[in-house]
Design a protein around this ligand. Structure first.
Ligand SMILES: *Cc1c(COP(=O)(O)O)cnc(C)c1O
Ligand SMILES: [Zn+2]
Length: 392
């Protein structure tokens, strides 16, 4: 299933035969990256198939059964000339996490795993529990108590996950998952240190290149930093396969109260946030597990790491909403960053793609409740509507 790949340690460079259970370098504990042998592929081969993750199956693990619900193939919406939103809220469970889960749960299913586990700020849990349910696997999720948005919790419950709430942040939840998971119990971990999840997520880069060509900039929110690593891997692979001839620059955006990668990018030294805090709960992470991959992606792409305030995030969410695009707070961070960078680092004539990572309905509580006009009768309702229209 994993033929065509070798696993390479990002820290010491050692290489290993791929094993779905191997997620850290046995000799130095570094992050592992699957390296794909070059294969013969063309856009024409891909384009004969349905738009989505599995269109690019030659560049993914060769599984016998795909656990799929049509993930990927999301709309690329033109906000204005040169500005596009890749709307990942259109995935089956409402976030980009479905790309990775489809691939990693297909791998888990193929090796005969019976149960899966993840720590989550919400969307990984929603996605994993749905895909596990499709595959007939049991799911266990560990969440930071009181810090998961309502929509995401509802999804995990709907799809039948066993939920453990931990007093602490996502980072403690992740420690618990690393401790609890393992081959002995047949309990397969699906956080983003699992490289097969990132293999699914890299298709975001494939789809953008497939539909639009290579933009000048791609801007995305960064939490545990799996997605920025996956995106960059995707673009680099296309270039080495000769399918694109240049690379975009990346902007990694964090919320100011949870911005260890921005600080490390500026100061050249990683220091974690012990108590991350932000309204954008999806990126409320102080110890991003993929930080070495993320810093490499930012450096190699000649990119930028930047932070935005909670207020800027909520304003950007509302502005996108008024343009018809409904995203959760974390997913509005790229637009907030874009507004800050436009006319400085980013030129007006440059082509930009914002990754809208998750759907607005994920976190309904953060959206201000409307103040309705009260009407006690049909006549009064009609009268009020006419009055408002009349105001122009
Ligand atoms: C998971 C998630 C992120 C952060 O992605 P990482 O891979 O952890 O950096 C951002 N936005 C949303 C909506 C998410 O669900
Ligand atoms: Zn190593």
């Amino acid at each position: 299933m994993l033929e065509g790949y070798v696993l390479r340690c990002l820290s010491c460079g050692a290489t290993y035969k791929p094993d779905p259970w191997l997620m850290r370098c046995p000799s130095c504990k570094g992050l592992l990256e699957p390296k794909l042998n070059d294969v013969e592929v063309s856009w024409e081969d891909f384009r004969g198939r349905k738009f989505g993750v599995w269109r690019y199956r030659e560049l993914l693990p060769r599984v016998r059964y795909q656990v799929t619900m049509g993930e990927g193939g999301t709309p690329l919406i033109e906000l204005k000339s040169n500005l596009f939103v890749k709307f990942e809220g259109a995935n089956p469970t409402g976030s980009f996490k479905d790309r990775g889960m489809s691939v990693a749960i297909s791998v888990a299913k193929e090796i005969g795993v019976k149960s899966v586990i993840c720590a989550s700020t919400g969307n990984t849990a929603a996605s994993m529990s749905a895909y596990a349910a499709r595959a007939g696997l049991k799911s266990f999720i560990v969440l930071p108590k009181g810090k998961v948005a309502k929509g995401k919790l509802a999804q995990a419950s709907l799809h039948g996950a066993t939920v453990v709430e931990i007093s602490g942040s996502f980072d403690e939840a992740l420690e618990a998952v690393i401790e609890a998971s393992g081959k002995e119990l047949g309990l397969y971990p699906l956080n983003s240190f699992n490289p097969w999840r990132l293999e699914g997520q890299k298709t975001l880069a494939y789809e953008i290149s497939d539909e639009l060509g290579v933009p000048d900039w791609v801007i995305l929110p960064v939490g545990n930093a799996g997605n920025i690593s996956a995106l960059w891997k995707g673009f680099k692979e296309l270039k080495s396969l000769g399918l694109i001839d240049r690379l975009p620059r990346l902007v990694g955006v964090q919320a100011r109260g949870a911005s260890p990668i921005v600080r490390a990018f500026r100061e050249g030294r990683m220091e974690f946030f012990e108590r991350p805090e932000t309204v954008a709960t999806a990126i409320r992470i102080g110890k991003p597990v993929n930080w070495p991959k993320a810093l490499l992606a930012l450096e190699e792409s000649n990119g930028i790491a930047t932070d935005v305030s909670d207020q800027e995030i909520l304003e950007a969410q509302m502005m996108l909403g008024r343009m018809g695009i409904g995203v959760e707070p974390a997913s509005a961070a790229p637009y907030a960053a874009y507004l800050n960078l436009l006319g400085r680092e980013i030129g007006e004539d440059e082509r930009v793609v914002l990754i809208a990572t998750g759907h607005a309905l994920k976190d309904p509580d953060i959206i201000p409740t409307p103040r309705p006009i009260e009407a006690s009768s049909v006549e009064e309702a009609v009268e009020e509507i006419r009055r408002v229209i009349g105001r122009g």
